[in-house]
Design a protein. Structure first.
Length: 349
């Protein structure tokens, strides 16, 4: 089969094709009468990662759907990334995914059917790794490739984590480095350095299963995964207009080698969209490289890491746990939660 470059068939890339936050908020507004259920614990009223329904006996059902256009050229890797990203929504709420359905849009008049088969095989590989049943799905003929999963998971009521339960003084941790949006853009534009080939895929296909462990810790107050709105955007969602946060620029984990792309302005279009949406809520401290920060904090991540808000009294034990399970490079806070100020996020050196 002829080598296919999937990104040439898509106007966006991965989570970078998400609708802008302010536009999405307008879409969700309605005067229509909506059926309510006392068993729905998390729904549209919040900006959380998934919906949560009380099944009784202390068990909660976590349900989510996540799909997007190709962020890489290889179909198999696209399937792996999309599946990893969709499962992450369940892990981000402290749960265990157990069943998924595939969501496939495919331009049957433009691409060979074998490409769709490879996409699905990539998703199957990730679901096998996560011990999740890929039980079926739905497909349509669409102008560009789209793929993702609808995922069901479960969690006990006492282990559920939401993204907006931060407390003043909490320390913030991030479990993957930032920068996959930039590397994906470099690949799409044909300027990705040889030493960076496959690096973004490596991070985007790492399952966030650690979230289920975090869910069992009372010291973890809130959690979310960092995706299309960038770390600044998802942090602002966590603050929920009730708190502010300080981010330590020198402690943020970035993928090695990004400076070349920053200097040559290889950044996703969605970076500007993100910044236009929430840039007014961010302020800079002395010494912060503002131009680099502007390009990295709104960088749209696809299948990014978990952003975790932790009781400061548990810092030592939480960091020891990260080290013990192989996350030593992320065992330091990247910021903290503070009382509400004039801006949502302050970036200090």
């Amino acid at each position: 089969m002829e080598k296919i470059k999937l990104t040439e068939y898509a106007h966006g890339a991965g989570c970078g094709c998400k609708i802008a936050p302010q536009v999405l908020q307008n879409i969700l507004q309605t005067d229509a009468v909506v059926f309510r259920s006392d068993k729905l614990i998390v729904g549209n009223e919040s900006k959380d990662d998934a919906a949560v329904y009380d099944m009784g006996n202390g068990r909660l059902l976590i349900s989510t759907t996540d799909f997007f256009t190709p962020i890489v050229n290889d179909p198999y890797d696209f399937g792996r990334i999309a599946a990893t990203n969709a499962l992450s929504d369940v892990y981000a709420m402290g749960g265990h995914p157990f069943m998924a359905l595939a969501v496939l849009g495919f331009p049957v008049d433009k691409l060979p059917i074998e490409v769709a088969q490879q996409i699905l095989n990539g998703a199957r590989a990730v679901c096998n790794e996560a011990k999740v049943v890929l039980a079926g799905g739905h497909s349509i003929d669409s102008p560009e490739p789209i793929f993702g999963l609808s995922v069901n998971g479960e969690v006990s009521k006492e282990h559920l984590k939401t993204n907006n339960a931060v407390q003043e003084g909490d320390l913030l941790y991030l479990t993957k480095p930032i920068g996959v949006g930039i590397l994906a853009t470099a690949e799409k534009r044909g300027v990705l350095k040889e030493e960076h080939v496959g690096l973004a895929v490596k991070y985007m296909t790492e399952l966030n299963q650690i979230g289920a462990k975090f869910g069992q810790l009372k010291e973890v107050h809130a959690m979310t995964d960092v995706t299309g709105f960038g770390i600044a955007g998802h942090l602002i969602e966590m603050l929920d207009n009730k708190f502010s946060a300080e981010i330590y620029w020198s402690k943020l984990p970035f993928i090695n080698g990004l400076q070349h792309y920053l200097d040559t302005n290889i950044i996703p279009d969605a970076t500007y969209r993100n910044w236009n949406g929430y840039g007014a809520e961010v302020e800079w401290g002395a010494g912060v490289p503002i131009m680099d920060a502007f390009k990295l904090l709104p960088d749209p991540q696809t299948s990014g890491g978990l952003l975790v808000s932790v009781d400061p009294a548990a810092q030592a034990t939480f960091e020891a746990m990260l080290i013990n399970i192989g996350y030593a490079s992320f065992a330091q806070p990247i910021g903290h939660i503070k009382a509400r100020g004039t801006k949502s996020v302050s970036v200090i050196l």
